[in-house]
Design a protein around this ligand. Structure first.
Ligand code: DMJ
Length: 645
């Protein structure tokens, strides 16, 4: 390199100046680095630090209602959406008083965990959102599922393992003309509900029958078409084939699983996963199988918690999960994390990937091990510490379908899942010892339990238990079988009473047995009916178990009441007060009306060979899932056995 000589400066002098400058620059840069580094030691509040070190990472966001009162109101409110027999409405636009979920920046997930591990499990109604960490096993899942999907489940073979044809000899058509006429009426109701949904709310989650538009709500994380997915199997078993084809085509062309919203893990599981699984098993359409496999995989990150107990809310796009803002101290809800088993076991069957079963077995293991007050399962559990957060026990909202899934897991396993069986019968014993009560008027009911104190209230949601105790009766201890059947009948009778004691002959959301009340709502806020199925569900099971004609009569009373008070020009609507004949409609046709209420009514008026209980178990949204006959499925010899369709 050639230096041009500056006038008056020797070559050596120029070299000296340059090295001085170099040293000076070096010193300067050292100083700057030192000052910048010192910023890290300043307290968070110092402005300089905030200017220079603005956060680039995602801030934890909390979602929840702003106060305990708001949250409690949320728990009670009548909804336009539902939740695990919780009155959690998730769905609510029916009451103008009600506040919807609001976001507020507050406690981070980490902070919540710290409190919990510190043993201070206080009531905290903020939602904590956690950034998901994709575990090695989850990373593997995605790959595994792809691999598993190529290992195809044989629908043909599955059908050969059924004991009877799913739709019976003649679609369950009853020979008695009166019953057949009633069944046709229920089918007409389904068609009416469906046609109106199709006309005014197609592709939305639910129909608003008064305003003749659609409702999306915030339960399904941006997924659409809840009424379509919930209706697939009902349309199919009713033989409404044009409608079923429209529904299937919508799934094919428009069911977009790449949504990025906040979903209830429970609701997506029971409605979407359950609905797609049933549609696949009943029809053998690969479309439903591939959709449900894709969706199942999106739910897995919800289990990334210290205990493996999933949180209630998940973002289906990012996999981020967090707890409901209204749930005590960032807890998970028994009826939510306890209502995954049936669907997840089937996901493992279809994908040939054990991960789904592992996830729910892990929940089972924890619940089996944990100490239970008086043998009861409280409704709130910390997904961080694995401890109960408070001692509220209910067979209605917040607890209900956990118990249902214990006995149904046993039945669905072809009676091989002995842990589920043991857990169910000991839970039932504890329920009988602590919650089952007899009113002064002789009605048997299930009270709620709050740290040892009984609340003499029974929710409409708890009325599913008549059917549950009924289907479990036969597998109980020999000396208890008749007793369980009697108990199931008594509870179903009480729930029927709650209907007959109202002006509309429909039952309230909750009824009480204190202050002189006998199966009636004493609070204004408990008087609504949102087209719920539970009472009719118990009629259906009790009919199948006893063939006592009163259950069909009771079902027919419900049909007449629905027709008279809930049918409006463009669909069916819930009502705000069952005790007045001047009805006020809530403008919501719930998707479970199509999947459950009308399906159970149709089954009630059908022969028992339509979806026979030897072969099928209904998930909590009334989606039929087949009993898994492992030995038959693995036995090559079954190839030769035939079952006519
Ligand atoms: C349905 O979504 C399910 O039955 C759930 O288990 C409870 N609530 C509704 C119906 O009331």
């Amino acid at each position: 390199m050639v230096f041009r000589k500056l006038p008056g400066v020797s070559a050596s002098g120029m070299g000296l100046r340059l090295s001085q400058k170099f040293v000076f620059l070096l010193f300067l840069s050292g100083l700057v680095t030192l000052c910048f580094g010192a910023l890290f030691f300043l307290p968070d509040s110092v402005r300089l630090k905030r200017i220079f070190l603005s956060k680039t990472e995602t801030q934890p966001v909390t979602v929840g209602s702003g106060s305990e009162n708001d949250a409690r109101e949320h728990l009670k409110r009548p909804k336009d959406q539902d939740h695990p027999r919780v009155m959690v409405s998730t769905k609510g636009e029916t009451s103008t008083k009600l506040k919807s979920l609001s976001r507020k920046a507050s406690v981070s997930h980490e902070a919540t965990e710290e409190r919990l591990t510190g043993g201070k499990a206080q009531e905290d109604f903020t939602l904590s959102r956690s950034k998901p960490v994709e575990s090695a096993s989850e990373k593997a899942t995605s790959v595994n599922n792809q691999a598993a999907s190529s290992d195809t489940f044989s629908h043909m073979k599955f059908k050969r393992c059924l004991l009877k044809p799913p739709l019976g000899r003649d679609g369950g058509k009853p020979s008695d003309p009166k019953t057949d006429e009633r069944r046709e009426k229920v089918k007409e109701m389904m068609k009416f509900a469906w046609d109106n949904y199709k006309s005014y709310a197609w592709g939305k989650n639910e129909l608003r029958p008064l305003t003749k538009n659609g409702h999306i709500g915030n339960m399904f994380g941006g997924l659409r078409g809840a009424s379509i997915i919930d209706s697939l199997d009902t349309l199919y078993i009713m033989g409404l084939m044009d409608e079923y084809k429209d529904a299937k085509e919508w799934v094919q062309t428009s069911l977009d699983l790449n949504s990025n919203g906040e979903a209830s893990l429970f609701e997506v599981n029971i409605r979407y996963v359950g609905g797609l699984l049933s549609a696949y098993y009943l029809t053998g359409e690969e479309l439903f199988k591939s959709k449900v496999m894709e969706l199942g995989e999106k739910l897995l990150p919800a289990f990334n918690t210290p205990t493996g107990i999933p949180r209630g809310v998940i973002n289906l796009g990012s996999g981020t999960s967090w707890s409901w803002g209204w749930a005590s101290a960032g807890s998970s809800i028994l009826a939510e994390f306890g209502t995954l088993h049936l669907e997840f076991v089937h996901l493992s069957e279809l994908t040939n990937n054990p991960i789904y079963t592992e996830k729910v077995m892990n929940i089972r293991k924890l619940l089996n091990k944990i100490e239970k007050p008086h043998g009861l399962y409280p409704n709130f559990l910390s997904p961080v510490s694995g401890n109960w957060v408070q001692h509220h026990v209910s067979i209605g909202g917040l607890g209900d379908s956990f118990y249902e899934y214990l006995i149904k897991s046993y039945l669905m396993s072809d009676k091989t899942d002995d842990d589920a069986k043991k857990m169910y019968y000991s839970a039932l014993e504890a329920i009988e010892a602590n919650l089952v009560q007899k009113s002064p008027g002789g009605l048997t009911y299930l009270a709620e339990w709050r740290g040892g104190i009984l609340d003499h209230k029974m929710g409409h949601l708890a009325c599913f238990s008549g059917g549950m105790i009924g289907i479990g009766a036969d597998d109980g201890a020999t000396e208890k079988r008749q007793h369980y059947l009697d108990l199931a009948a008594e509870i179903t009778h009480t729930c029927h009473e709650s209907y007959t004691r109202s002006a509309t002959k429909l039952g309230p959301e909750a009824f009480r047995f204190d202050g002189g009340a006998e199966a009636t709502a004493t609070r204004l806020s408990d008087r609504y009916y949102i087209l719920r199925p539970e009472v009719i569900e118990s009629y259906m099971y009790m009919w199948r178990l006893t063939h006592d004609p009163k259950y069909r009569e009771w079902g027919w009373e419900a049909v007449e009441a629905l027709e008279q008070h809930c049918r409006v020009e463009a669909g069916f609507s819930g009502i705000r007060d069952v005790y007045t004949l001047t009805v006020s409609h809530d403008n919501m046709q719930q998707s479970f009306f199509l999947s459950e209420t009308l399906k159970y009514l149709y089954l009630l008026f059908s022969d028992d060979d339509l979806l026979p209980l030897e072969d099928w178990v209904f998930n909590t949204e009334a989606h039929p899932l087949p009993v898994i006959r492992k030995s038959c499925l693995q036995d090559e010899a079954t190839q030769d056995k035939t079952v006519s369709e």
